[in-house]
Design a protein. Sequence first.
Length: 170
Amino acid sequence: MKQLLKIFTLVLVLGLGVQAQAQDYKYGYVNSQELISLMPQAESANTALEKYQAELAAAFEKKVKKFQDDIAAFEQKYQTMAPAQAQEVQAGLQKRQQELAAEEQSLTQQLNVKRNELLEPILIKIDDAIKAVGKEGGYTMIFDSGGMNVMLYLDEALNVLPQVKAKLGL
């Protein structure tokens, strides 16, 4: 019984110690999407990305237009074609359609790679600033309130956006 009482007392003391430590934590949050939009480099990155996207789209649209023209020509000649020839042309058109779909997916991937390439220096700069604010302010954790994160309660006093903006010179 004495042994059980000692264990209970030890657990109680340890529990109170953990609770006291938990009260020393300092939390903050920042909206990273807002920070990205405020960064001067973000505008040039968006401009470069839009230009790249336009270049990719222009070449792809020419291929799609040619494909659509070939379909229209096939539809006009279909009635006069031999069935075997019509099947052969149809198979060729279906193959081209699949190739265009695959190319469209590839272009989307290329665009995502370019977006990541352009945003990486901005994100590194923001990450460094957030870490510096966290260390200087004694924060235990800083949460990102941007994007898909859901928060039910935010104490405005914990918003570290002003400090991070100041650290970035914004």
